[in-house]
Each structure stands twice: as C-alpha cells, then as structure tokens.
Design a protein around this ligand. Sequence first.
Ligand SMILES: [Zn+2]
Ligand SMILES: [Zn+2]
Length: 185
Amino acid sequence: MRLELSHIRRPETEFAKVFQPADLPAGDEEYRVTAPVDLRMVIHKDHDRFRLVGTVKTALELACSRCLEPFVLPVDREFDLRYLPHGAAEPEEDADEEAEVEEDDVAMTFYHDEQIDLSELLREQFYLTLPMKPLCSDGCRGICPQCGTNRNTAPCDCHPQWEDPRMAGLKTLLKRAAEGTEGTD
Ligand SMILES: [Zn+2]
Ligand SMILES: [Zn+2]
C-alpha cells in the first residue's frame, strides 16, 4: 500500500484504487473497516514535493459510546495533503517565497524512501472522521447505570434520579467557568 513516487513523472497524475478491508494493516484501532476503501485523488508533483488532493469513501464500524453496541459510520471525506522529502529543511534563501505557499494551515508530512504510505494516509483520514462521542443514533438511550440493561432494546425497572436538564446545563456552565478561571494564569 505504498505510493511509489519515482513512478510519478507528470505534474498531475490521477490515482484511483479500491482497497479491501483485508488489505489494510491490522492495527489496534478503535474502528473496524467494513466496506471496500475507495481512494481517488490527483497527485500534484512539484520537483520533490507532492500534494495529494482527493476523497476517501468507506464505512467504519465503531462502538457506541452510550450503549457500547457496534454501529456503522459511513465515510466520505475530502483531503488535501502535502508531502516533503524527509529531512527537507526550509531553504534559507527563498524562505519568503516558501512562506507564501505554505502559510495556510495545510497538513504537511515528510515522506521516506521515495514512497508515501497510503495505509498511513487512510488511517489518518479515518481518525479525523471519528466523532468525539460516537453514537449509534442521536437518541441512543444507553446502558442503565444501575442494572446494565441496554435501554434501546429493553426497559428496566430502575428509577434513575431524575435531574432537570436545565439544571444539568447550568452545572456544566458553572463547572466550565470554574475551570476557566483556574486556567487563566
Ligand atoms: Zn448506542
Ligand atoms: Zn436498570
């Protein structure tokens, strides 16, 4: 799953490839890739600098953070990544010229051995897709903290202490305010 940069000669090269989940290196990831990974991009070459602009589509299986059940998250993500050869220092003499090109906050990565590791690229894009709090649905009722029942599938007889959601919001605000003052110095 490596992109051989020495094979790329033209300033713009179209690249499209579908990887099967089994092609991806097995890692200890928070997600499981459950659909073929459709990677399409244009590789822009400027001497030893490369810019990869494209999309990645697939589906990831995650565990819901409330009920812990697996669910599938569709992925359709655009990326714009720049690669410099490993060890390329910003040249002093044309620093001004470089600054213009790289001022914007573009993701910049160094490549090694004339190769870009596409599995690493994909892994990064998958992680960028993951929500902070993965939920199987917005209305997921989660697991009862008292009896452990998945409340999406079965009711339970526990009586959780009811808290006014407006009070909960206020508490969060107060907590944030308190944390904010602690962190100002
Ligand atoms: Zn859930
Ligand atoms: Zn319960």
